[in-house]
Design a protein around this ligand. Structure first.
Ligand code: AMP
Length: 306
Protein backbone atom coordinates (compact mmCIF):
# COMPACT_ATOMS: atom_id res chain seq x y z
CA UNK A 1 0.00 0.00 0.00
CA UNK A 2 1.32 3.41 -0.98
CA UNK A 3 1.00 6.25 1.51
CA UNK A 4 1.45 9.63 -0.17
CA UNK A 5 1.03 13.21 1.00
CA UNK A 6 1.97 15.16 -2.11
CA UNK A 7 -1.07 15.72 -4.35
CA UNK A 8 1.03 15.75 -7.51
CA UNK A 9 2.41 12.30 -6.72
CA UNK A 10 -1.06 10.96 -5.97
CA UNK A 11 -2.11 12.12 -9.41
CA UNK A 12 0.88 10.39 -11.03
CA UNK A 13 -0.11 7.11 -9.40
CA UNK A 14 -3.79 7.30 -10.24
CA UNK A 15 -2.96 8.36 -13.80
CA UNK A 16 -0.75 5.29 -14.07
CA UNK A 17 -3.66 3.09 -12.91
CA UNK A 18 -5.91 4.63 -15.54
CA UNK A 19 -3.33 4.27 -18.28
CA UNK A 20 -2.98 0.60 -17.37
CA UNK A 21 -6.73 0.27 -17.98
CA UNK A 22 -7.55 -0.31 -14.28
CA UNK A 23 -10.75 1.00 -12.75
CA UNK A 24 -10.16 3.35 -9.82
CA UNK A 25 -12.47 3.61 -6.80
CA UNK A 26 -12.11 6.50 -4.38
CA UNK A 27 -13.22 6.85 -0.76
CA UNK A 28 -12.74 10.37 0.66
CA UNK A 29 -12.62 10.50 4.48
CA UNK A 30 -11.60 12.72 7.36
CA UNK A 31 -9.84 9.84 9.13
CA UNK A 32 -10.54 8.24 12.53
CA UNK A 33 -11.76 5.37 10.41
CA UNK A 34 -14.45 2.98 11.63
CA UNK A 35 -16.52 0.20 10.11
CA UNK A 36 -18.65 2.75 8.23
CA UNK A 37 -15.61 3.87 6.27
CA UNK A 38 -14.62 0.20 6.12
CA UNK A 39 -17.85 -0.58 4.32
CA UNK A 40 -17.21 2.12 1.71
CA UNK A 41 -13.75 0.65 1.16
CA UNK A 42 -15.16 -2.88 0.98
CA UNK A 43 -17.73 -1.95 -1.67
CA UNK A 44 -15.11 0.01 -3.61
CA UNK A 45 -12.73 -2.97 -3.40
CA UNK A 46 -15.48 -5.19 -4.74
CA UNK A 47 -16.27 -2.91 -7.67
CA UNK A 48 -12.89 -1.47 -8.67
CA UNK A 49 -9.44 -2.75 -9.49
CA UNK A 50 -7.64 -0.05 -7.50
CA UNK A 51 -8.87 1.63 -4.34
CA UNK A 52 -7.70 5.06 -3.19
CA UNK A 53 -8.60 6.47 0.24
CA UNK A 54 -7.97 10.07 1.19
CA UNK A 55 -7.62 11.28 4.77
CA UNK A 56 -7.98 15.01 5.19
CA UNK A 57 -9.73 16.92 7.93
CA UNK A 58 -11.10 19.69 5.78
CA UNK A 59 -11.04 22.91 7.80
CA UNK A 60 -13.34 24.74 5.37
CA UNK A 61 -16.32 22.53 6.19
CA UNK A 62 -16.22 23.24 9.93
CA UNK A 63 -18.40 26.15 10.93
CA UNK A 64 -17.31 25.69 14.55
CA UNK A 65 -13.56 26.00 15.35
CA UNK A 66 -13.98 23.98 18.55
CA UNK A 67 -15.44 21.05 16.57
CA UNK A 68 -12.44 21.21 14.22
CA UNK A 69 -9.95 21.32 17.14
CA UNK A 70 -11.60 18.34 18.78
CA UNK A 71 -12.02 16.28 15.61
CA UNK A 72 -10.42 12.89 16.36
CA UNK A 73 -7.25 11.84 14.62
CA UNK A 74 -5.83 8.32 14.53
CA UNK A 75 -3.44 8.09 11.61
CA UNK A 76 -1.54 4.93 12.55
CA UNK A 77 -4.73 2.96 13.14
CA UNK A 78 -6.24 4.38 9.96
CA UNK A 79 -3.31 3.21 7.87
CA UNK A 80 -3.49 -0.21 9.49
CA UNK A 81 -7.23 -0.41 8.73
CA UNK A 82 -6.63 0.57 5.11
CA UNK A 83 -3.84 -1.98 4.75
CA UNK A 84 -6.03 -4.72 6.22
CA UNK A 85 -8.77 -3.89 3.74
CA UNK A 86 -6.56 -4.05 0.69
CA UNK A 87 -6.43 -0.33 -0.11
CA UNK A 88 -3.86 0.43 -2.82
CA UNK A 89 -3.12 4.07 -2.08
CA UNK A 90 -3.76 6.34 0.89
CA UNK A 91 -3.54 10.04 0.25
CA UNK A 92 -2.93 12.05 3.41
CA UNK A 93 -4.11 15.47 2.31
CA UNK A 94 -2.05 18.54 3.15
CA UNK A 95 -3.38 22.00 3.71
CA UNK A 96 -0.65 23.45 1.48
CA UNK A 97 -2.03 21.43 -1.46
CA UNK A 98 -5.74 21.82 -0.76
CA UNK A 99 -5.90 25.28 0.74
CA UNK A 100 -2.74 27.02 -0.43
CA UNK A 101 -2.09 30.67 0.22
CA UNK A 102 -4.12 32.83 -2.14
CA UNK A 103 -6.84 30.19 -2.57
CA UNK A 104 -10.12 31.92 -3.47
CA UNK A 105 -12.30 29.69 -5.64
CA UNK A 106 -15.38 27.97 -4.22
CA UNK A 107 -17.87 25.46 -5.55
CA UNK A 108 -21.36 26.13 -4.30
CA UNK A 109 -24.42 23.95 -4.91
CA UNK A 110 -27.83 25.70 -4.76
CA UNK A 111 -31.05 24.88 -2.94
CA UNK A 112 -30.08 21.37 -1.85
CA UNK A 113 -27.62 22.97 0.56
CA UNK A 114 -30.15 25.30 2.21
CA UNK A 115 -32.08 23.05 4.62
CA UNK A 116 -30.98 20.55 7.28
CA UNK A 117 -27.21 20.73 7.89
CA UNK A 118 -26.94 23.70 5.53
CA UNK A 119 -29.26 25.75 7.73
CA UNK A 120 -27.41 25.02 10.97
CA UNK A 121 -23.87 25.08 9.58
CA UNK A 122 -23.37 28.11 7.34
CA UNK A 123 -20.66 27.53 4.74
CA UNK A 124 -20.39 23.83 5.55
CA UNK A 125 -21.43 22.46 2.16
CA UNK A 126 -19.45 25.06 0.27
CA UNK A 127 -16.40 23.74 2.15
CA UNK A 128 -17.35 20.13 1.39
CA UNK A 129 -18.00 20.59 -2.31
CA UNK A 130 -14.93 22.73 -2.86
CA UNK A 131 -12.59 20.21 -1.30
CA UNK A 132 -14.33 17.16 -2.77
CA UNK A 133 -14.06 18.76 -6.22
CA UNK A 134 -10.34 19.15 -5.67
CA UNK A 135 -9.92 15.59 -4.39
CA UNK A 136 -11.82 14.25 -7.40
CA UNK A 137 -9.67 16.27 -9.78
CA UNK A 138 -6.48 14.91 -8.29
CA UNK A 139 -7.57 11.27 -8.05
CA UNK A 140 -9.81 11.20 -11.14
CA UNK A 141 -11.58 8.02 -10.04
CA UNK A 142 -14.10 6.07 -12.08
CA UNK A 143 -16.30 5.77 -8.99
CA UNK A 144 -16.39 7.66 -5.71
CA UNK A 145 -18.08 6.25 -2.60
CA UNK A 146 -20.12 8.18 -0.04
CA UNK A 147 -22.12 7.05 2.97
CA UNK A 148 -25.86 7.37 3.12
CA UNK A 149 -25.49 8.43 6.75
CA UNK A 150 -24.49 11.85 5.45
CA UNK A 151 -27.47 11.76 3.13
CA UNK A 152 -27.58 15.43 2.23
CA UNK A 153 -23.84 15.47 1.57
CA UNK A 154 -24.11 12.57 -0.89
CA UNK A 155 -27.02 14.30 -2.63
CA UNK A 156 -25.16 17.61 -2.85
CA UNK A 157 -22.04 15.94 -4.24
CA UNK A 158 -24.05 14.01 -6.79
CA UNK A 159 -25.64 17.30 -7.89
CA UNK A 160 -22.22 18.95 -8.23
CA UNK A 161 -20.88 16.01 -10.22
CA UNK A 162 -23.87 16.11 -12.58
CA UNK A 163 -24.04 19.88 -12.94
CA UNK A 164 -20.32 20.34 -13.54
CA UNK A 165 -20.02 17.20 -15.68
CA UNK A 166 -17.39 15.41 -13.67
CA UNK A 167 -16.67 12.16 -15.44
CA UNK A 168 -17.33 9.64 -12.70
CA UNK A 169 -20.03 7.71 -10.92
CA UNK A 170 -21.14 8.50 -7.38
CA UNK A 171 -21.98 5.41 -5.34
CA UNK A 172 -23.97 5.60 -2.14
CA UNK A 173 -23.39 3.01 0.59
CA UNK A 174 -25.72 2.10 3.44
CA UNK A 175 -25.24 3.34 6.98
CA UNK A 176 -23.27 0.98 9.21
CA UNK A 177 -24.59 0.77 12.75
CA UNK A 178 -23.70 -0.70 16.11
CA UNK A 179 -25.78 -3.75 17.04
CA UNK A 180 -28.05 -1.43 19.08
CA UNK A 181 -28.75 0.71 16.01
CA UNK A 182 -26.48 3.68 16.79
CA UNK A 183 -24.87 4.92 13.57
CA UNK A 184 -21.08 4.71 13.51
CA UNK A 185 -19.37 8.09 13.42
CA UNK A 186 -15.86 9.34 14.11
CA UNK A 187 -17.44 11.78 16.56
CA UNK A 188 -18.71 8.86 18.69
CA UNK A 189 -15.17 8.70 20.10
CA UNK A 190 -16.00 11.91 21.96
CA UNK A 191 -19.07 10.46 23.71
CA UNK A 192 -18.87 8.97 27.19
CA UNK A 193 -21.13 6.03 28.02
CA UNK A 194 -23.94 8.17 29.46
CA UNK A 195 -23.89 10.44 26.39
CA UNK A 196 -23.92 7.44 24.09
CA UNK A 197 -27.00 6.12 25.90
CA UNK A 198 -28.65 9.51 25.42
CA UNK A 199 -27.73 9.50 21.74
CA UNK A 200 -29.57 6.20 21.26
CA UNK A 201 -32.77 8.23 21.27
CA UNK A 202 -31.93 9.29 17.70
CA UNK A 203 -32.06 5.79 16.25
CA UNK A 204 -35.07 4.98 18.46
CA UNK A 205 -36.93 7.89 16.90
CA UNK A 206 -35.99 6.76 13.39
CA UNK A 207 -37.03 3.18 14.14
CA UNK A 208 -40.34 4.44 15.53
CA UNK A 209 -41.06 6.32 12.32
CA UNK A 210 -40.07 3.29 10.26
CA UNK A 211 -42.47 1.15 12.29
CA UNK A 212 -45.34 3.64 11.97
CA UNK A 213 -44.80 3.78 8.22
CA UNK A 214 -44.77 -0.03 8.03
CA UNK A 215 -48.05 -0.07 9.98
CA UNK A 216 -49.59 2.11 7.29
CA UNK A 217 -49.31 5.62 8.70
CA UNK A 218 -48.98 8.03 5.77
CA UNK A 219 -49.94 11.35 7.34
CA UNK A 220 -47.04 13.78 7.40
CA UNK A 221 -48.60 15.57 10.39
CA UNK A 222 -48.89 12.36 12.42
CA UNK A 223 -45.42 11.13 11.55
CA UNK A 224 -43.90 14.53 12.36
CA UNK A 225 -45.65 14.51 15.74
CA UNK A 226 -44.32 11.01 16.45
CA UNK A 227 -40.83 12.18 15.50
CA UNK A 228 -40.87 15.26 17.72
CA UNK A 229 -42.55 13.31 20.53
CA UNK A 230 -39.79 10.72 20.47
CA UNK A 231 -37.32 13.33 21.74
CA UNK A 232 -39.57 14.85 24.40
CA UNK A 233 -38.27 12.45 27.07
CA UNK A 234 -34.59 13.17 26.28
CA UNK A 235 -33.90 16.73 27.43
CA UNK A 236 -30.13 16.10 27.34
CA UNK A 237 -30.34 15.75 23.58
CA UNK A 238 -30.41 19.14 21.86
CA UNK A 239 -32.31 18.48 18.66
CA UNK A 240 -31.23 20.79 15.84
CA UNK A 241 -33.65 19.36 13.32
CA UNK A 242 -35.98 16.36 13.04
CA UNK A 243 -37.79 16.54 9.73
CA UNK A 244 -39.42 14.65 6.90
CA UNK A 245 -38.18 15.73 3.50
CA UNK A 246 -38.43 14.66 -0.11
CA UNK A 247 -35.48 12.31 -0.66
CA UNK A 248 -34.54 13.89 -4.01
CA UNK A 249 -35.25 17.60 -3.62
CA UNK A 250 -35.07 17.86 0.20
CA UNK A 251 -38.27 19.91 0.16
CA UNK A 252 -40.06 19.79 3.50
CA UNK A 253 -43.03 17.40 3.74
CA UNK A 254 -45.77 19.31 5.48
CA UNK A 255 -49.30 18.81 6.68
CA UNK A 256 -51.66 18.01 4.99
CA UNK A 257 -49.33 16.07 2.66
CA UNK A 258 -49.25 12.34 2.84
CA UNK A 259 -46.31 10.07 2.22
CA UNK A 260 -46.37 8.04 -1.00
CA UNK A 261 -46.47 4.26 -0.57
CA UNK A 262 -43.45 3.89 -2.79
CA UNK A 263 -40.43 3.09 -0.62
CA UNK A 264 -37.52 5.48 -0.36
CA UNK A 265 -39.32 8.67 -1.39
CA UNK A 266 -39.18 10.40 1.99
CA UNK A 267 -36.16 11.05 4.16
CA UNK A 268 -36.42 11.27 7.92
CA UNK A 269 -33.40 13.25 9.03
CA UNK A 270 -32.21 14.14 12.51
CA UNK A 271 -29.33 16.24 13.83
CA UNK A 272 -28.81 16.56 17.55
CA UNK A 273 -26.12 17.50 20.02
CA UNK A 274 -25.25 15.55 23.09
CA UNK A 275 -22.50 16.78 25.41
CA UNK A 276 -21.35 19.23 22.75
CA UNK A 277 -21.00 16.51 20.08
CA UNK A 278 -23.12 16.94 16.98
CA UNK A 279 -24.57 13.73 15.55
CA UNK A 280 -26.69 13.16 12.46
CA UNK A 281 -28.67 10.17 11.25
CA UNK A 282 -31.43 9.47 8.77
CA UNK A 283 -33.57 6.79 7.15
CA UNK A 284 -35.65 6.52 4.02
CA UNK A 285 -39.23 5.55 4.84
CA UNK A 286 -40.15 2.14 3.49
CA UNK A 287 -36.51 1.31 2.86
CA UNK A 288 -35.44 0.60 6.40
CA UNK A 289 -34.79 -3.12 6.28
CA UNK A 290 -31.54 -1.89 4.82
CA UNK A 291 -30.95 0.62 7.58
CA UNK A 292 -31.98 -1.49 10.55
CA UNK A 293 -31.34 -5.06 9.45
CA UNK A 294 -32.39 -7.87 11.74
CA UNK A 295 -28.94 -9.36 11.31
CA UNK A 296 -26.66 -6.73 12.87
CA UNK A 297 -23.73 -7.21 10.55
CA UNK A 298 -24.84 -7.04 6.94
CA UNK A 299 -24.60 -3.96 4.86
CA UNK A 300 -25.75 -4.60 1.39
CA UNK A 301 -24.72 -2.09 -1.13
CA UNK A 302 -27.27 0.57 -1.82
CA UNK A 303 -28.06 -0.35 -5.36
CA UNK A 304 -30.41 2.43 -6.23
CA UNK A 305 -29.02 4.57 -9.02
CA UNK A 306 -27.54 7.74 -7.61
P1 AMP B 1 -16.14 11.31 7.32
O1 AMP B 1 -14.77 10.74 7.56
O2 AMP B 1 -16.99 11.37 8.53
O3 AMP B 1 -16.11 12.59 6.52
O4 AMP B 1 -16.88 10.27 6.39
C1 AMP B 1 -16.31 9.81 5.19
C2 AMP B 1 -17.34 9.00 4.47
O5 AMP B 1 -17.75 7.91 5.28
C3 AMP B 1 -18.60 9.81 4.13
O6 AMP B 1 -19.02 9.47 2.82
C4 AMP B 1 -19.57 9.33 5.17
O7 AMP B 1 -20.92 9.41 4.74
C5 AMP B 1 -19.16 7.88 5.33
N1 AMP B 1 -19.64 7.36 6.62
C6 AMP B 1 -19.47 7.92 7.83
N2 AMP B 1 -20.10 7.17 8.78
C7 AMP B 1 -20.67 6.13 8.13
C8 AMP B 1 -21.47 5.02 8.54
N3 AMP B 1 -21.80 4.81 9.81
N4 AMP B 1 -21.88 4.14 7.58
C9 AMP B 1 -21.54 4.33 6.28
N5 AMP B 1 -20.80 5.36 5.83
C10 AMP B 1 -20.38 6.25 6.74
Amino acid sequence: MKVIEDAARVREWTEAYRRAGLSVGFVPTMGALHEGHGELIRVSREECERVVVSIYVNPTQFDNPDDLDKYPSALEGDLEACRARGVDLVWIGRREDLLPEGFQTWVEVGSLTSPLCGAGRPGHFRGVTTVVAQLLHVVRPHRAYFGRKDFQQALVIRRMVEDLRFDLEIRRVLTVREPDGHALSSRNLRLDEAERQTALAIQRALRLLAARFEEGERSVGELTRHLRGAFASEPRLRVEYAELRDADTLELCQEPDSIPDEPGRVLVAVAAQVGGVRLIDSILLGDTSADFPSDPSPNDRDDEPT
